[in-house]
Design a protein. Structure first.
Length: 214
């Protein structure tokens, strides 16, 4: 969504810029119609990229990051996106009804961590364990589980491996939930603070009303 809005803002800026440059070139400097069009086109392209860069820099600064840090996080997010797609395919290929809800919950939590980090890249550092360890483990285990569960005529050894793998996936799912909670801890603290302020304000208003109507 950020990229779409960034593109729209840059396009609007370049369009109005092209119009202004054409008028100045044609009327102010009395260039030919075609030459004014070429100058305005070049100016519009330049304005597009300048606006794009300004928005990007503003976004990076808003998140308290350096450009190097932002590129590093973006690289990790790009890798994570592919891994999440693999995880989703693997988990959704398991047709067991009793596991469907749990698999859906894992996918939803994983995607929420990714989305939050995409919107606010600075949150990446609160979920490094997820991006560096748990996501990889989930993907590998889910792939193996999906493969083994699709095999016909399972031996007792295969069934035991499936059970162990499933328990490990469940444990990782709980760990991923904790990653999400850690990522959101400041938001939760802020919400509690705002709730306390609101409650105190309401209580003061009630006391004031009671004094007025005594």
């Amino acid at each position: 969504m950020k990229a779409i809005l960034q593109f729209i803002a840059s396009s609007i800026s370049s369009t109005f810029g092209m119009m202004a440059i054409w008028l100045i070139s044609f009327l102010g400097f009395e260039l030919t119609f075609v030459l004014s069009g070429i100058v305005s086109l070049l100016g519009g392209v330049a304005l597009f990229f300048i606006t794009w860069e300004m928005i990007q820099v503003g976004f990076i600064r808003k998140n308290g990051l350096t450009r190097k840090e932002y590129r590093y996080i973006e690289s990790n997010l790009k890798e994570a996106k592919g891994k999440i797609s693999r995880l989703q395919r693997a988990l959704m290929s398991v047709r067991s009804i009793d596991q469907a809800k749990q698999n859906f919950e894992i996918i939803r939590t994983v995607r929420r961590i990714y989305t939050n980090t995409k919107k606010e890249p600075s949150r990446f550092y609160k979920a490094e364990g997820f991006f560096y360890e748990r996501l990889d483990s989930l993907v590998e285990l889910a792939d193996k589980y999906a493969f083994l569960s699709s095999q016909p005529g399972k031996t007792s050894e295969v069934k035991t491996s499936l059970q162990d793998t499933r328990r490990t996936i469940q444990g990782l799912g709980e760990s991923v939930k904790k990653d999400l909670y850690i990522m959101l801890d400041e938001d939760i603290d802020t919400l509690h603070f705002e709730l306390d302020v609101a409650k105190n304000s309401i209580n003061r208003m009630k006391k004031k009303d009671r004094r007025m109507f005594k």
